[in-house]
Design a protein around this ligand. Structure first.
Ligand code: DSN
Length: 411
């Protein structure tokens, strides 16, 4: 018995998606290729088990193996991120959005003030967008990036914090390409007596691989997803100082969630083992090297990059000088086999569904073994297609041939 023989429709859709992933260049900054081992854990019999509550406090029988598994996952998180001894780990959040809401729910009262980055400058829906639960239930005040440099302006953030006195300051970005000075955030939070929270979903793999500074010495609570630079399953983790542990655990269960997805938790554990190896360190380094070369090559072709470059895995390409919108560029590139996501630029005059930029990232292409030489080639394809859309179909064929030489893990 197999999916192929029992449910051909779904089997065929998966095969089509596998082919799409194999034959295209994935520059979506938040996507990656999970290993076979991660997927094996995710697709395992662990999906059969209910295990509400935490190890040794479950509401269901038959949890002795699950308890061991969840404890091991937590231990591996500690080791991979080098967590201080007085930190607590919760591996049950289903994904990044619930994890963030669970932190707010644990540490704040509805209506409390939170300071975070605005969406157009690189924030996230759960960082206070008015259409999101966060923005509807808490009073968010946003900081952005400096108009001149495209970078965080820590003096401005301090001034704003001083003025509004937030209960929580959130440092975390989905579209910010520069290394974050976590120490500065601690100083600002201390000055106004706010809780300091970091959402490291995008850069967690770089932190684990020592290609970005670690936030742990400086924050009170840190959230992350596992499927981006970390190359794990779609799941999330909350890490916090022990003094917040009870509130965080209660907020996750029973506050917001029911039974944890122990198959995803097993896959988190596998991811953490992979992310603590020396080969993962090399991977993280290469992700950054590739992003720098891709950004530089695009600049050489006349593209504007917000903040003039990148220190991490991503870049925001400002297309205002190219006579094409972000949505149009995303679609055009996709017709050439290059997959990206449209992105607002800071203070974008256009709407979020058709903004002025595209976001490009190197985690997935680096997982396929692509290096600097390939980044220059990709930049040349991007420049050629944006300049002359009529060559997109031809480039798509070239991309298809090119990708055959770079096997994606897990496909
Ligand atoms: N949607 C994710 C991203 O693409 O950055 C963040 O949740």
């Amino acid at each position: 018995m197999s999916l192929k023989s029992q449910d051909k429709e779904i089997y065929d859709l998966i095969q089509r998606e596998r082919k799409r992933q194999a034959e295209t260049i994935n520059l979506i900054a938040s996507e990656n290729f999970a290993s076979r081992e991660v997927m094996e854990a995710l697709g395992s019999i662990l999906t059969n088990k209910y295990a509400e509550n935490y190890p040794r406090k479950r509401y269901y029988g038959g949890c002795e193996v699950i308890d061991e598994l969840e404890e091991l996952a937590k231990e591996r998180v500690r080791k991979t991120f080098g967590l201080p001894l007085d930190w607590h780990v919760n591996v049950q959040p289903y994904s990044g959005s619930p994890a963030n809401l669970e932190v707010y729910n644990a540490l704040l009262e509805p209506g409390d003030t939170i300071m975070s980055m605005d969406l157009a400058s690189g924030g996230h829906l759960t960082h206070g967008s008015p259409v999101n639960f966060s923005g509807k239930n808490y009073k968010f005040v946003h900081y952005g990036v400096s108009e001149k440099t495209g970078r965080l302006d820590y003096m401005e953030i301090l001034k704003l914090a001083d003025k509004i006195n937030p209960k929580l300051i959130l440092c975390g970005y989905t579209a910010y390409s520069r290394e974050v000075d976590f120490k500065k955030f601690r100083e600002i939070a201390d000055k106004v007596k706010a809780i300091a929270m970091a959402d490291i979903s995008h850069i967690a793999g770089l932190i684990a691989g020592a290609a970005h500074l670690s936030p742990f010495p400086f924050f009170d609570v840190v959230t992350t997803t596992v499927h981006k630079t970390l190359r794990g399953p779609r799941a999330a983790i909350i890490m916090c100082k022990d003094k917040y542990a009870t509130a965080i655990d209660k907020s996750v269960f029973p506050g917001m969630q029911g039974g944890p997805h122990e198959n995803a938790i097993a896959a988190i554990a596998v991811t953490m083992k992979e992310a603590s190896t020396s080969s993962f360190r090399k991977y993280a380094e290469q992700v950054v090297k590739n992003a720098k070369i891709l950004a530089q090559s695009l600049q050489d072709f006349g593209f504007k990059i917000i903040s003039d470059g990148t220190d991490n895995h991503l870049m925001i390409v400002d297309l205002t000088n190219k006579n094409i919108s972000g949505l149009e560029a995303r679609k055009l590139l996709e017709s050439a086999g290059i997959v990206s996501s449209q992105s607002p630029i800071p203070k974008d005059p256009r709407k979020p569904w058709d903004p002025s930029g595209v976001r490009l990232g190197t985690p997935a292409v680096t997982s396929r073994g692509m290096k600097e030489k390939e980044m220059s080639k990709i930049a040349a394809w991007i420049a050629a297609v944006i300049t002359d859309p009529s060559i997109a179909a031809k480039v798509k064929q070239e991309v298809k041939r090119f990708t055959k030489n770079f096997k994606a893990p897990g496909l």
